[in-house]
Design a protein around this ligand. Structure first.
Ligand code: ADP
Ligand code: MG
Length: 357
């Protein structure tokens, strides 16, 4: 039995923002540097343990190195399905962790030190690709789930819904999704930017919030098989051998989950409340799958991946043959206390999930 739980959740506590400091929010979340997170407020006092905890002072580099992200990139090259997802309430630092700060002028790139897990992973992948000669072929697809519709963020024109299908061999997959080859850091950074802008504009057209959709960027890593070994030096007797190193196909998927707000807190109504309900429903479905997966193997019942598009798309990485790194993002502010506690409880539950990569 090769069940493992290779990447337990990492937790990142962001610093108080300027506006939180200005309005006098207190810091109620602390880490003592020993893998524990303390939440202490008037009526709450709780301690959680995780394998990796990053406090307000942690750099983007420290998160990349300390979360196991580099190993995840290497596993994808070795042919595994790898997924990293950031979750937590809106404003908790998910996008910052994955992509770095998004400034007003999105065309101006962030300072190199502030680049997120995604750009660092791309650099790592391309470095590996270069050092292995040209036997790694890389391509990217970028999808969002908005109001339970799957949309392609790389195809030109206004986003249109794509069907999500299931087959015995492939599991759940998105029909007709675009996959774009890339060979340089600039090219993949450009795809990420294009897709993110498309996601943003479609969100802005409907409301002022960003991140009202779940976004999934997948890098497909194909290592080309070594050509048939020559068994003789005379071309006529050249026999293609089954290659000693079969071709492998791994994936590295980055998931930026939409925030989990309560509908009544955001005062949403009409279209916004439909949107918030869809987000909550899919996050609930995800939480439900995770808590069922966390049960001991023998006690597991049917896992309801079909309950949402999000869980269908994540089915393989969550329960099947994938390796998942989760980064729980929390705000240290006293005003976010209840959301912070619920994120930490969610992360604790996810700690017990095992997969068979
Ligand atoms: P989310 O994607 O979860 O809604 P963001 O990533 O957009 O949240 O972060 C909200 C705000 O906090 C942004 O202004 C972001 O730049 C800032 N922020 C988040 N994490 C950090 C961090 N670790 N260090 C400094 N600023 C951060
Ligand atoms: Mg975001």
């Amino acid at each position: 039995d090769t069940s493992v739980s290779p990447s337990p959740p990492a937790v990142r506590v962001r610093p108080l923002t300027c506006s939180e400091t200005r309005r006098g929010d207190r810091r109620v979340v602390h880490s003592l540097g020993d893998g524990t997170v303390h939440v202490s407020a008037a009526r709450h006092d709780a301690t959680f343990g995780f394998s990796a905890v990053f406090d307000a002072g942690a750099s983007q580099e420290a998160v990349f190195e300390g979360s196991g992200m580099r190993q995840l990139v290497e596993l994808a090259i070795d042919g595994f399905s790898c997924t990293v997802f950031a979750f937590g309430q809106t404003g908790s630092g998910k996008t910052y962790t994955l992509m770095g700060p998004l400034t007003q002028s999105e065309t101006r790139p962030a300072a190199p030190g502030l680049l997120g897990l995604m750009q660092r992973s791309f650099a790592c992948l391309l470095e590996q690709s270069r050092s292995r000669g040209s036997d790694l072929a890389l391509s990217a697809s970028y999808l969002e789930i908005y109001n339970e519709q799957v949309r392609d963020l790389l195809s030109p024109g206004p986003p249109c819904a794509l069907p999500l299908r299931w087959s015995k061999t492939r599991g759940f997959y998105v029909e007709n999704q675009l996959s774009v080859d890339f060979e340089s850091l600039e090219a993949i950074a450009d795809l990420l930017l294009q897709g993110s802008q498309r996601r943003r504009t479609s969100a802005h057209a409907l409301n002022r919030h960003s991140s009202r959709s779940h976004a999934l960027l997948t890098i497909h890593v194909r290592s080309r098989a070594m050509r048939g070994a020559r068994v003789s030096h005379t071309p006529l007797t050249w026999i293609p051998q089954p290659s000693a190193c079969p071709s492998k196909q791994g994936t590295l998927c980055f998931v930026d989950l939409a925030g989990s707000e309560r509908v009544k807190e955001t005062g949403s109504s009409g279209e916004l409340s439909v949107e918030a309900n869809n987000i909550n429903r899919s996050l609930l479905a995800l939480g439900h799958c995770i808590s069922l997966l966390a049960k001991p193997q023998g006690k597991r019942t049917h896992i309801p991946y079909r309950d949402s598009k999000l869980t269908r798309l994540l089915a393989r990485s969550l329960g099947g043959s994938g390796i998942t790194l989760m980064v729980a993002c929390v705000s240290p502010s006293s005003r976010c206390l209840s959301e912070t506690l619920s994120t930490l409880h969610y992360a604790s539950r996810a700690r017990r999930v095992t997969t068979r990569p």
